[in-house]
Design a protein around this ligand. Sequence first.
Ligand SMILES: *Cc1c(COP(=O)(O)O)cnc(C)c1O
Length: 444
Amino acid sequence: MVATQEAVSSVGVWEDGSLKDAITDANTSPTPPFSHTPTPFDVEAIRADFPILRQLARDKPLVYLDNAATSQKPQVVLDRLQQYYTAENANIHRGVHYLSELATREYEAARIKIQHFINARDAREIIFVRGTTEAINLVVGSYGRKNIGPGDEIIISAMEHHSDIVPWQLLCEEKGAILRVIPINDAGELLLDEYEKLLNERTKFVAVVHISNALGTINPVRRIIELAHGRGVPVLLDGAQATPHMKIDVQELDCDFYAFSGHKLFGPTGIGVLYGKQELLEAMPPYQGGGDMISSVTFEKTTYNALPYKFEAGTPHVAGVIGLGAAVDYVEKINLDVAGAYEAELLNYATEAVAAIPGLRLVGTAREKASILSFVIEGAHPSDVGMLLDTQGIAIRAGHHCAQPLMDRFCIPATARASFAFYNTRAEVDAFIAGLHRARKMLG
Ligand SMILES: *Cc1c(COP(=O)(O)O)cnc(C)c1O
């Protein structure tokens, strides 16, 4: 009764001809839409889709600004999970019965939704994993262990999340390979000249974050990929922070691997995606052994299942996959181009407002930024700032944001971080700013 009807009603848009009219309008209109008008974005209508946002925290209206850690879930996702466990639950791919066929169909339908969401060429290029962390570990453990040897070099960046550092370090230890790091400037932007110097005939892999979770920097990934491909080196992008904020087209980016997490994309926890180019995935050995990833097993020899099942050993998170499908439907309906423009306005508004707070220093002032305000306040520990905001119902994060080497680069142990989603409002930013003024007075 839930997500399938969503899909049907959005197809109705096509049937009544309105989409065709919209395309005709866009083609004949002299200016692109939204270029001279404020973003037509009904944030209150969107907030109504998220029941948790109506909740109080510490007896105050909840102001949730910790979206880079995890985002909240719209009612359609909650309903879809309920529907799955209420009326569709079965193990997939093996069953000959009604429910198993139903669950399998919904699971595979979600794979196709995600294929379209990131514009992958083929649904077999979509591998379901637990999240970004597991996606990167899969690439390191399979592609990396097969193709990287002693003296080979892997390039990452100074702003990677620990999940794009530690797996590579483990591989380097095992193989005698070397990790190289693209440095950044004081604004938190990658130094592309330095990156070009790092690329050489020993370089076997490049892995960089698309949008930094600690700084908000949007990295010039097209250029990074072009330069690597010029030397025949494959590139993985960590898209955990990019997928909730911008449209991703893996074919246009021409990345070889793209990793992201469902829970940051308004979907369930415990589910994520690894995209990989088919020819690379075909050539990679399995990452884990078990059920569903084989086509036949004897004690002498096992042959592996085809893509994508070769990389999906064991019973997968069926509910999570189906819930993520519903989240992707929701996000596509919102339209990330429109939501992204709204978020950019909100970030500008907040950036200007924090500039007026004495002793506050932004960490991460890149020209290309998305949805994240990381900062320190003179004389106040970030955790104390976070705790004082929490007493007012305002949720931010304080810490190293799983990017300790990046904190070292800025010679600080931690930052306080507010991170926005398309359901946040200017009024919430105002509450956050008022809270900061109060915190500064109490701590300073
Ligand atoms: C959250 C995050 C990760 C890790 O994602 P998990 O869902 O914890 O696996 C990796 N990289 C970035 C940039 C992140 O923000």
